[in-house]
Design a protein around this ligand. Structure first.
Ligand code: UDP
Length: 329
């Protein structure tokens, strides 16, 4: 197939590029690089791969035949979307509309990256696809939650009105190599803090829960969904649920760090509990996560250690032989 991956330079998008290339497909990654990075694609040498720098909220322009669009473009970390609320709303709404327009023009299928955030601060636990959610539309997370809810609605409208073969994956907390060190999510924060011996920052009392899925498991679920006949949303995530405090202790044990735990204010509307009900993914895709948390965290940790060392080299003072910048008053 010839597959377009919007957000192809991002954390999940770049892993999807790898997977699709390894399956023999041709891949065109499209990204405006506001939260993605070409570093995530630098290892790709295949001549079946190309990259287009485009802001899909303004249109997405790809020549030639297209079989499938994996629509992953969006800021996804709470820190990113709080800084970029308008871009987040635009890419969820206009970007999704443009991606659907491209799918329609090319006769292609489209898979939307949706999110557990569409359940908001959930009143049903664990969350199954039939739950409608509990979202504060005007709160700080509303820009992401409502953008993705709109995206799901327009995808279903294109499916019903134009017969496009659409899929919707609701992604729960995912971690792994290529997350940005500074993306602000709990996994990169804790691993970076533990590596540097800084305090692990616990927001609130740390009793809120999350369930963490390793990126290769997520990619496997998405790939199966793309090839499936399922047009309604499917949760993909790991049902293994931890409180943030339990997770901090796990990171301390795994890294052997002496880092203390430091409490910070809980961000507004931070969901109190989150765990995917994956019965549907099990039944329809014959999928379930395979990578244990400790194993996934170890490979993520070694990625972060390398990334932190590379940062240190970049920031190291220049060799004294080189001309030094003149200090100005
Ligand atoms: N969190 C935390 N310390 C951090 C970063 C996050 O305690 O340094 C908490 C955050 O309040 C939330 C959970 O960890 O309850 C997961 O946050 P993340 O930003 O990873 O993603 P979310 O699941 O909220 O989208």
């Amino acid at each position: 197939m010839r597959i377009i991956i919007t957000g192809g330079a991002g954390f999940v998008g770049s892993h999807l590029c790898d997977r699709c290339l390894s399956e023999g497909h041709e891949v065109v990654a499209v990204d405006n690089l506001i939260t993605g990075s070409l570093d995530n694609l630098a290892h790709i040498t295949s001549d079946r791969f190309s990259f287009l720098q485009q802001n899909i909220s303004e249109g997405v322009f790809v020549d030639g035949a297209v079989d499938f669009i994996l629509h992953f473009a969006s800021p996804a970390s709470p820190v990113d979307y709080l800084e970029l609320p308008i871009q987040t709303l635009k890419v969820g709404a206009l970007g999704t509309h443009n991606a659907l327009g491209l799918a329609r023009a090319k006769g292609a299928g489209l898979l939307l990256a949706s999110t557990s955030e569409i359940y908001g601060d959930p009143l049903q636990h664990p969350q199954s696809e039939s739950y409608w959610g509990n979202v504060n539309s005007i709160g700080p997370r509303g820009c992401y939650d409502e953008a993705k809810r709109f995206a799901e609605a327009i995808v279903m409208a294109y499916h019903r009105m134009h017969g496009i073969d659409t899929k919707i994956v609701r992604i729960f907390n995912t971690y792994g190599p290529r997350m940005r060190l500074d993306d602000g999510r709990v996994v990169p924060n804790f691993l970076k803090q533990a590596t540097l011996g800084e305090p692990l920052t616990i927001y609130g009392d740390g009793s809120q829960t999350r369930s963490f899925c390793y990126v290769s498991d997520l990619v496997e679920g998405i790939y199966r969904l793309m090839l499936s006949q399922e047009n309604l949303p499917v949760n993909i995530g790991n049902p293994n649920e931890f409180t943030v405090i339990e997770f901090a202790h796990l990171v301390r044990r795994l890294t052997g760090t002496q880092s203390a735990l430091e409490h910070r204010p809980l961000p507004q509307d931070d969901p109190k509990q989150r765990q995917p009900d994956i019965s549907k993914a099990r039944a329809v895709l014959n999928w379930e996560p395979a990578v244990p948390l400790e194993e996934g965290l170890r490979s993520t940790l070694s990625y972060f250690e390398k990334a932190l060392n590379a940062e240190k080299v970049e920031q190291a003072p220049r060799n004294s032989q080189e001309p030094q910048p003149i200090a100005r008053p």
